[in-house]
Write a protein that binds this ligand. Structure first.
Ligand SMILES: [Fe+2]
Length: 585
């Protein structure tokens, strides 16, 4: 299928699934017993004149047969007085886990609306949507989030996002849920057991029922509900919505030969994702491609969401498996040859072509900024040498306190830091040829690109340079986790941020420890990212504060994004600004 045909089909898909109640097969009976709205409301994928609305009803009766009729109420104000209208007869669909998804149409561009649902005498919480603006736009404000591990802390960052004023949209770049269970050794359970945040079900997710139960648990969280209610979300999954380190044919727990169970798990995970998330519906059998889509915010900005896990990604290389050793020296040359194999894909050919054409169209239409909504980090990051960034005595003390696997990881990084090989093979660094193809697309389009990323559980401000290191291609702003643990958590006193920035030219700032989100504003000439950190994610009370702020400015001379310029940053325990304002080239 050609790229354009696929895009057209995806557009047709949006229309086909927008028909509301008529699109669902009418069941013989409707459930007419009492219901509750326990999982809040959500909106997503805004257009200038439409938006996806979502809720879930929980039938209270024993005999939960049939769909549930739900009415939608919409107005221009949160008290539902102005422009109030009612759309009766929507359905929470039993075969979709009693979730309801409706594309609301005929809306005005750039307008705030409020919505809520009614069913059987119950009323949902109220949500706010904002449609995409058209024409001239002066400024925009977004929250960017990723990596919310239930067991590892409270979702205070979602609560803080809900408190933001004038938010245009929330971008969620993946790991919205995690698949792990609640065994003592499961990821995050050291904290989970201490604060009593136990993932449900207790085992690692495998089946549709498992994935549904985990999504339901997440959406029972009041802080998450508030964030969904405050603005439309634009989301994409990363690996943990399915399983760790997943790629087009497997994940870390499966082998390629064992593909039948993996395919079943993938179908279950994606089905639950589409049921429970406010994302436009895919074509049948084409779930992953529906995640790749664009959003134009007037003439100021266009967001391109890409899918870098399940569509085109080849298996990540692994230092344990793929790096050969000659005594105590790694054979980096043969490893680089494997890494740089041009056949290795991240987005896949059709998605890269889609991005190339879309960037060009955006620039030709005079859109000021092109933003990549991307799951994993793009910058070149070598393993940092923490040892050389701290006094020897402290280093020895720190090593002595680490557990076996932690110590092994730290020492491996120290060893690798002497070599020019990447520290994170699951990120774009593990797919350099595919990254070059994206950079070529950016340069061909002469696009002014700000790349966003999640995944690493650290804050970053990076500059992205071409392969020869001569031309700046884009800037990258990456958000930390909401709660998920990071490198900085088990090396709390180590100056990792300083070491990261000192080792890698593209890294301007790294904060390896804070939990939170990015607050990003765009105007015609600047993008400003505030790194918002939570005082704690393990205490019930929290405060949110800006621990660093960065500005990138547009560079009209070259038609490229200018340097990333730090305007404020906190001390070395939070991270480090390695250099002063980057020069404009
Ligand atoms: Fe994560």
């Amino acid at each position: 299928m050609s790229m354009m045909n696929r895009r057209d089909l995806l557009r047709a898909l949006a229309v086909a699934t927008a028909a509301g109640p008529a699109a669902y097969a009418t069941p013989l009976t409707l459930y007419r017993g009492p219901v509750q709205f326990k999982h809040g409301v959500a909106s997503g994928d805004p257009g200038p004149h439409d938006v996806v609305l979502w809720t879930r009803v929980t039938p209270q009766g024993d005999a939960k047969h049939g769909d549930v009729a739900v009415d939608l109420e919409i107005a221009l104000d949160p008290a539902f007085r102005e422009g109030n209208r009612l759309l009766p007869g929507l359905r929470a669909v039993a075969s979709r886990d009693y979730t309801l998804k409706h594309v609301l149409r005929n809306l005005q561009q750039g307008t705030d609306y409020y919505y809520r649902f009614h069913s059987q005498g119950s009323t949902s919480p109220t949500g706010r949507i904002r449609t995409l603006p058209q024409g001239e736009v002066d400024s925009l404000r977004f929250a960017v989030a990723s990596c919310a591990l239930w067991s590892s802390g409270y979702f205070h960052a979602y609560d803080a996002i809900a408190n933001m004023e004038g938010l245009d949209a929330v971008f969620h770049l993946g790991d919205y849920i995690y698949e792990y269970g609640s065994a003592a050794g499961d990821y995050g359970m050291r904290i989970g057991n201490r604060i009593g945040r136990m993932p449900e079900p207790a085992h690692r997710l495998q089946s549709l029922a498992d994935y549904r139960q985990r999504h339901a648990q997440y959406k029972s969280d009041q802080q998450l509900q508030r964030a969904h209610a405050c603005a439309p979300w634009i989301t994409v999954w990363d690996d943990h919505e399915l399983a760790n380190n997943s790629w087009h044919s497997g994940d870390e727990a499966t082998e390629e030969e064992d593909s039948a169970p993996w395919n079943a798990k993938k179908i279950a995970a994606l089905r639950a994702y589409y049921e429970w998330m406010p994302i436009r519906e895919p074509l049948a059998n084409d779930r992953q491609s529906a995640a790749c889509r664009s959003f134009r915010f007037g003439d100021l900005l266009e967001l391109f969401m890409v899918e870098s896990r399940l569509t085109g990604r080849d298996r990540a290389l692994d230092y344990k498996q793929d790096l050969q050793w000659d005594g105590d020296q790694p054979d980096t040359a043969s490893f680089q040859a494997l890494l740089e194999n041009p056949a290795r894909e991240m987005l896949g050919a059709w998605q890269t072509d889609w991005l190339r054409q879309s960037l060009s169209q955006s620039v030709a239409a005079g859109v000021n900024w092109q933003v990549l909504g991307n799951q994993v980090l793009m910058a070149r990051v070598a393993a940092p040498s923490v040892r050389s960034a701290m006094p020897a005595r402290l280093w020895e003390e720190l090593l002595g306190r680490l557990s076996g696997p932690q110590r092994e990881r730290v020492l491996r990084n120290e060893l690798l830091s002497a070599h020019d090989i990447p520290s994170n093979l699951d990120s774009w660094d593990g797919y350099p040829a595919a990254r070059s193809r994206v950079y070529d697309a950016i340069r061909e389009a002469n696009a002014r690109v700000v790349a966003l990323a999640g995944d690493t559980h650290m804050f970053w401000a990076n500059e992205l340079w071409d392969d020869q290191g001569r031309q700046r291609v884009a800037v990258e702003l990456a958000t930390t986790s909401l709660t998920s643990p990071s490198y900085g958590d088990y090396l709390p006193e180590a100056p990792i941020g300083t070491a990261m920035a000192a080792r890698s030219r593209e890294v301007i700032y790294n904060d390896p420890k804070s939990k939170g989100y990015l607050d990003i504003t765009f105007d015609r000439n600047h993008v400003t990212a505030s790194f918002i950190s939570m005082s704690s994610v393990t205490e019930k009370d929290y405060t949110a504060s800006t621990t660093a702020q960065f500005t990138a400015r547009r560079d009209d001379g070259k038609g490229q994004v200018g340097g990333v310029v730090a305007t404020a940053a906190t001390g070395p325990d939070r991270g480090a600004v390695a250099r002063g304002p980057a020069s404009m080239t």
